[in-house]
Design a protein around this ligand. Structure first.
Ligand SMILES: *Cc1c(COP(=O)(O)O)cnc(C)c1O
Length: 253
């Protein structure tokens, strides 16, 4: 796994984690789960319907072992290579791809991630389908279709109208399981300002599912600054980084 150090003796530290870190991350997790629970209740929803993805980009593997011990077992990464490097060092985690997927990384992604949340084109979907059939025959790969509901030129994702027209093509992709939709909201100064984006994704999901029942009802939406509003509007997955792990070293994605 580690290149360049074939003769390195087994290092017990590699499989360990810092107990203080586990306690701190367990507390952060409890607080987020409480906030999800309160937002769910406000909307008359069952909090058990909301999956927490801990967005672990830039967080080193050692700290992620503590996160898994603290119950944060579903991790989200936006770079394929970073997840490929960390995954063998973090037993017990499952990985969601939440960043752009280039066609030359599809095989690595299928080998590493349990779910690809960022299918944003029909060519990418077809390629994922083909490679999933090779890498994991008989086990369909769960995917979400990423939608740019705000038509924000800075964001990836299907245009809603394009997606509507493309839906019939997905019916042939036997190695993918279309679990639902994902969006990255536009930058909003307040959480409330993100609400129209979340409402739009939910309504789009309802319209698409009325004509394409194979599309699942998952809605991955909401991040640190706006996840409670997302839960109020029907999120089934929230993707939270900074509120769990603290500020990232750089402000970038
Ligand atoms: C970084 C990232 C997140 C998490 O953002 P935070 O503000 O740290 O909670 C969620 N979704 C995507 C797609 C991201 O890139």
């Amino acid at each position: 796994m580690e290149s360049g150090t074939p003769d390195r003796p087994a290092d017990p530290e590699r499989d360990e984690f810092d107990p203080d870190e586990v306690a701190a991350l367990a507390l952060a997790r409890d607080r987020v789960l409480e906030r999800i629970e309160r937002a769910s209740r406000r909307a008359g929803r069952d909090p058990g319907e909301v999956r927490l993805i801990a967005v672990s980009k830039t967080v080193p593997a050692e700290r992620l072992r503590a996160a898994v011990a603290a119950g944060l077992t579903q991790l989200g990464e936006n770079r394929v290579q970073e997840a490929v490097a960390k995954a063998p060092l973090v037993p017990g985690a499952s990985w969601h791809l939440i960043g752009p997927l280039q066609s030359n990384k599809v095989r690595l992604a299928v080998e590493t991630f349990s779910t690809v949340e960022t299918v944003d084109g029909t060519d990418l979907a077809a390629r994922l389908d083909r490679i999933a059939g090779e890498v994991r025959p008989g086990r369909r790969l769960p995917v979400l279709l990423q939608v740019n509901v705000d038509a924000d030129p800075a964001k990836a994702g299907f245009d809603a109208d394009v997606l509507r027209e493309a839906m019939p093509q997905f019916g042939d992709l036997r190695n993918l399981e279309m679990r639902g939709l994902m969006t990255v909201g536009r930058f909003a100064v307040t959480a409330e300002a993100a609400r129209p984006t979340f409402v739009a994704l939910r309504r789009l999901s309802e319209r698409l599912r009325a004509v394409s029942p194979a599309l699942g009802g998952e809605l991955s939406m909401g991040m640190s600054d706006d996840f409670e509003v997302a839960v109020e509007e029907g999120a089934t997955t929230v993707r939270i980084g900074r509120t769990l792990f603290g500020a990232r070293p750089d402000a970038g994605g």
